[in-house]
Structures are given as C-alpha cells and as structure tokens.
Design a protein around this ligand. Structure first.
Ligand SMILES: [Zn+2]
Length: 213
C-alpha cells in the first residue's frame, strides 16, 4: 500500500535568497579531466562554486576533490532515480556520501538528483542522510551534443542572472571544453552585475536573511 510510505517535509531548493545579491555556479557529473581547469579559472577570479559529483567518477579522479571545495552528492552511477526501488535509491546516495567523505573528509550536505528527477523515496533518502535536495533556476544546456559554443553558454547564464540564481553547468559526461572556455565571461559578467558567487551551502545558510547585504 502506498500510504505506508512516510512522507517527508523535505523541500527541493531551486534558488537562493531573492533579497541577496548572491548566485551559485554548480558543476555536475564530475570529477573529470576538466575539473583542474574549472578549479584554476575559479581560483583566478576568486569565485566559489559547488561540485555535484558522481560517486564512481571520484574513484577515477580521487585527487581532484579536496576539503576546500563544496562537494555535493549526485548519486553513484547517475541513474534515473525514479525508476529504482527505495533501497536502491538509498544505496546510490549512501555510497556516494562515503566516496565524498573518503576524498574530502567531509560528508556532503547537499544532493542533486540526476536529470533533476525525484519522488518521495528520493526525498526521504536524502533526508535520512542529512542532505538538502538542490536543483537549479537556470541551465546553460551545455550537455547538448555537440556542445553549444562558449559565448552561447555564457549568454544563457548571464541572461538569467538575478539574486539567488542557481546555475547548472557540467564538468563531466562529455567534451566540456566549451564550458571551461565560457567561465571567465560568466564569472566577470556576474561580478560586474554586483552578484557574489557563493557555494550552495553558503546560499542555503542565507535563505532566511532579510537584510540586503
Ligand atoms: Zn548529472
């Protein structure tokens, strides 16, 4: 009977505080060969970001994640979670939580379901493992094949620049060189609009603030 499934009070976050000039870049599907390039650009512009990483990819690039990074959980094998049983969903999230802990020494507090797809079992598993579910407010569709040009990726992001925006980008799952090439224009464009680039955990910590600075 479906009514034996406990319901969760977990909500899915798609944006930050609209009163604060903060935005979040998120990079899904890594770590990958592009991770060091992404990190170098971010560091060069003093920008923060969040990496929703795939558990089985962490074993291929164990040195790309470290404790200074905001790393979120993006499942172990990137499945369509809504096709899995509750126990399979839990295993996907828990295995990845362990992989992130082993790589960074920190357990992830944020989770993004592949394809943004979730159901009650997904929300329950995330809640049991102490993670907030975070999707996005704007996407660059940089996963398209062939990938869009760097200036297209940048203009898609900057066209959605507003307080509290959460941007979806990809650092894995294909050729992401155009995404890397778009980053300087994205970061400079956001900063020139007075928007601060923060991590998702920082954005979540500010959700209930009412002052504007
Ligand atoms: Zn993904």
């Amino acid at each position: 009977m479906s009514n034996t499934t406990p319901t969760t009070t977990q909500t899915v976050i798609t944006r930050g505080n609209p009163h604060l000039p903060e935005v979040a870049l998120t990079f899904d599907d890594g770590p990958s060969e592009y991770t060091p390039q992404v990190l170098a650009v971010l560091q060069g512009y003093n920008a923060q970001a969040t990496f929703f990483s795939i558990g089985e990819s962490i074993s291929h690039y164990p040195n790309y994640l470290h404790q200074d990074l905001a790393v979120g959980n993006h499942t172990f094998t990137h499945p369509h979670l809504t096709t899995l049983s509750a126990s399979e969903i839990y295993r996907e999230l828990n295995q990845t939580r362990t992989a992130i802990y082993n790589a960074t020494g920190t357990r992830p507090t944020v989770f993004r379901p592949p394809y943004g797809e979730y159901n009650n079992d997904v929300l329950n598993a995330a809640s049991q493992l102490g993670m907030t579910v975070v999707n996005w407010s704007a996407a660059a569709s940089d996963w398209e094949n062939p990938p869009p040009a760097a200036d297209v990726i940048a203009s898609r992001i900057l066209g959605c620049a507003e307080n509290g925006a959460i941007f979806l980008l990809h650092e894995g799952g294909g050729d992401r060189s155009n995404t890397v090439a778009a980053l300087p224009a994205i970061i400079l464009g956001l900063q020139s609009r007075g928007l601060r680039l923060v991590t998702i955990p920082e954005m979540l910590a500010h959700l209930n603030r009412t002052e504007t600075r």
